[in-house]
Ligand binder design. Structure first.
Ligand SMILES: Cc1cc2nc3c(=O)[nH]c(=O)nc-3n(C[C@H](O)[C@H](O)[C@H](O)COP(=O)(O)OP(=O)(O)OC[C@H]3O[C@@H](n4cnc5c(N)ncnc54)[C@H](O)[C@@H]3O)c2cc1C
Length: 303
């Protein structure tokens, strides 16, 4: 690989942290998705800043990947640069009642660090399979908790390479959205404000939520969690079930019978199967109930 672009990229990110034609099926919880032309693993905000600055100059397309648990990538893959905020940026540091974590730290690990330090506030997130960065972008939430309640600040890198710290208010956190959904900002670190609690109670709450998830969600199949946002005044899963769509399949994609709000990969689904099933569910629910479901999951590539 001798392109001028690749030569420049290697000056910013060492070659061993650049992968070529990397199958995205290895990096998404749906286990589907074609190859990424370039797949890079930055180690810090400065590397990201240099890359974004360069990409802006040459108008190069890029996409940020966290843990891939809310993402559907097309079978054709992606011809730009995937920037993974993952294991290379997953530091966790507990400082009294705050936790400072890298954008790539997994929520489950951060929640366990909180438990070990006797800090309460993050129990709701212990079973969400995303990264801190992804959780900030999506304002991830469950069982009455959401990131908005505990984020103090987040450090982000803007498209021109500027590194800045945004407050909770500046992050504009709402139902499965944030300012990072509207502007191309990369979350590289977050500071979470928790409270002192009783470790045994925190552990019990985490166990209780884990059991609820196991009982209600099809965790035995690849998926991206709830496929659709909760429509005002309704529950997506209930609408889908009441429309008689439980078990509806296209290729290897299926509406889970355990939880109709989940579309699962039964083993050999393509991204196209999943996307076609999403479209079909949206149409059939709209015809039946005049409610238009909106996907919660993010999509990348051509469908
Ligand atoms: C079994 C299962 C259960 C789930 N349960 C829940 C739940 O209870 N509640 C809930 O809210 N979600 C749930 N999810 C969905 C998902 O885990 C969350 O949305 C999570 O926050 C996504 O994080 P991620 O790191 O995997 O992001 P990804 O899927 O990698 O990315 C999601 C979006 O965020 C962007 N992004 C990721 N990281 C960054 C970053 N550092 N900077 C800028 N942009 C970034 C991506 O470009 C993409 O647009 C579930 C998923 C699964 C598979």
């Amino acid at each position: 690989m001798n392109s001028l672009f690749y030569q420049h990229l290697k000056e910013i990110i060492p070659e061993e942290r650049i992968l070529l034609e990397e199958p995205m099926s290895k990096h998404t919880s749906f286990r589907v998705g074609g190859p990424a032309r370039y797949f890079v693993r930055p180690r810090n905000a400065e590397e990201i800043s240099s890359m974004l600055h360069y990409f802006q100059l040459i108008d190069k397309e890029y996409y940020i990947l966290g843990n891939g648990s809310n993402l559907l990538v097309s079978d054709q893959g992606y011809r730009g640069v995937i920037i993974e905020i993952g294991q290379e940026m997953d530091g966790i540091c507990v400082d009294r009642e705050t936790i400072i974590c890298g954008g790539g730290a997994l929520l489950s690990r951060v929640a366990h660090s909180a438990l070990n330090a006797g800090l309460t506030g993050l129990e709701f997130a212990s079973g969400i399979p995303g990264s801190i960065g992804g959780a900030v972008v999506m304002n991830a939430g469950a069982y009455g908790g959401e990131m908005k309640q505990i984020i103090k600040t987040a450090t982000v890198v803007a498209a021109d390479g500027t590194i800045m710290v945004l407050s909770n208010e500046e992050l504009e956190l709402g139902y499965r959205t944030s300012v990072l959904k509207k502007q191309p900002l990369v979350c590289v670190e977050a500071v979470l404000a928790l409270a002192n609690g009783d470790a045994e109670q925190i552990r019990m709450r985490m166990e209780e939520l884990k059991d609820q998830r196991k009982k209600k969600q099809p965790l035995e199949y690849p998926s991206a969690g709830s496929t659709f946002k909760r429509p005002e005044g309704h529950f997506a899963g209930k609408l889908i079930m009441d429309a008689g769509l439980s078990g509806l399949s296209i290729g290897g994609a299926k509406v889970s019978e355990k939880h109709c709000g989940f579309i699962i990969n039964t083993g050999n689904a393509s991204a196209a199967d999943i996307k076609d099933l999403i479209d079909e569910v949206i149409e059939l629910v709209a015809q039946r109930f005049q409610v238009r479901l909106e996907p919660e999951i993010c999509m990348l590539g051509d469908f």
